[in-house]
Design a protein around this ligand. Structure first.
Ligand code: MRU
Length: 361
């Protein structure tokens, strides 16, 4: 079994729907990588909620897609003649509200759930709960398919930023695992490789949950792209040694002025890149933009359990009872971002007028 990859047979995807409206969600359990590539079959709303919270499915676009399919699972219990159409509509909204409480920062989750709510709003003339379920599954599939096209478009635009023999530093995981397939920031690297460019990736391990060393290094290895894993704290030294010609990361929420929330540690990298005069790029789809807010200070930052830091992967690494602060994301101000790569093109310089021009409307 191999992650979706044009050069591999027997491909699997981060997120997939199996069957029709009575079907189920199939996910790669990302917590098991890189040791096991295992798919989970989820048959209930609560299982989807748990998978999002526990980061079995993670990465802003993948969370949105999984949640959209989660809505379909959440209303399957209504697919009986005993449940009225109006009751099915009400349940759908309840299910959306519930899934919206799973993780707060990635706006793709709320964007996808809003699209599912809009299906309910449009559905007043429909005759049955089964019709509504079909429309909801159609919408979830559209969200999924749109993301596939989007990832490849981001890859095409992003690859233009890289020359042959570039060393590229990245943080967290932004590849096929974090999206429908292919990725955002990693898509730019995959496309550059397809164009014949020789790229060497430095993958921050990404404390505390190691999405960089567990997932990014694994995806790059699968594609035969040279990759060196570094501890997050080594980035300054690696830049100083001249090994990095560009930094590219993904995003969980980007405001109208371009302030960008991404995995904790991203802001520090942007500061380091500025000091070392290295371009700092963000790659993200339109669904990651939240044009309703301007300042990054208004982005909700997920706080996660202390155990992730002091009992990481089952080993206690700090004294019992010690205080811990565990924000999962930070915000990089737009002034530190050289350009944002979207499926509609490249935003540079990153100022509100340009952001609204490229992704607004
Ligand atoms: O907590 P995670 O692993 O969901 O955080 C993911 C990130 O920060 C990614 O960089 C972001 O979602 C972009 S994924 C294309």
């Amino acid at each position: 079994m191999s992650l979706a990859n044009p050069t591999a047979s027997n491909q699997v995807f981060s997120v997939a729907w199996a069957g029709d409206i009575d079907g189920h969600l199939r996910l790669i359990d990302q917590t098991l990588l890189p040791l096991q590539l295992k798919q989970l079959d989820l048959h209930s709303l609560d299982e989807v909620f748990e998978a999002i919270v526990m980061l079995r499915v993670r990465g802003a676009p993948a969370i949105g897609i999984a949640a959209a399919y989660g809505v379909v699972l959440g209303i399957q219990k209504c697919l009986t003649s005993a449940v009225s159409f109006e009751a099915t509509r009400a349940t759908t909204i309840e299910v959306c509200d519930y899934l919206a409480t799973s993780r707060p920062t990635a706006v793709n989750l709320f964007w996808a759930l809003d699209r599912m709510r809009a299906v309910v709003a449009r559905s007043t003339s429909l005759a049955s709960g089964a019709d509504l379920a079909k429309s909801l599954l159609r919408e979830a599939r559209l969200i999924h398919d749109d993301d596939r096209r989007t990832c490849h478009a981001i890859g095409d635009f992003g690859a233009q930023l890289f020359d042959d023999n570039f060393g590229i530093l990245t943080h967290c995981n932004t590849g096929g695992l974090a999206t429908s397939e292919y990725g955002t920031a990693l898509a730019a690297i995959f496309t550059a490789q397809d164009q014949g460019k020789n790229i060497h990736v430095y993958a921050d391990e990404t404390r505390p949950l190691l999405q960089g060393s567990r997932l990014t290094a694994w995806e790059l290895q699968q594609r035969g792209i040279p990759c060196t894993v570094i501890c997050d704290s080594m980035a300054a030294q690696v830049m100083r040694e001249g090994r990095v010609q560009a930094v590219i990361v993904g995003a969980d929420r980007i405001t109208a002025r371009g302030d960008t929330a991404n995995k904790i540690g991203t802001y520090g990298l942007a500061v380091l890149a500025k000091f070392h005069n290295i371009p700092f790029y963000v790659a993200a789809p339109r669904s990651t933009f939240d044009l309703s807010i301007v300042s990054g200070n208004d982005i909700p930052i997920e706080q996660r359990k202390a155990e992730e830091i002091v009992h990481g992967f089952g080993k206690q690494t700090a004294p019992s009872g010690i205080g811990v602060y565990n924000p999962a994301f930070d915000v990089t101000p737009s002034e530190l971002i050289t350009a944002i790569v979207t499926e509609r093109g490249i935003i540079a310089p990153v100022v509100e007028e340009n952001v609204r021009f490229v992704v607004g409307g």
